[in-house]
Design a protein around this ligand. Structure first.
Ligand SMILES: [Zn+2]
Length: 51
């Protein structure tokens, strides 16, 4: 699961359903401004960290 405050710059996240891949260019973890309560989703499912 990928909450946006856990995403680090440079990491790639993938949707296991449609194959979309997203790379984090800038993280929000440093700002402390994130108020997300749900993981980042695509196709109704949380994105997974690409290994
Ligand atoms: Zn998708």
């Amino acid at each position: 699961m990928a909450h946006c405050h856990e995403m680090k710059s440079g990491e790639v996240y993938i949707c296991s359903s449609c194959g979309l891949e997203l790379q984090v260019v800038k993280s929000c973890a440093d700002t402390g401004a994130c108020s997300c309560t749900e993981p980042v989703k695509c196709c109704g499912k949380p994105l997974e960290l690409k290994k």
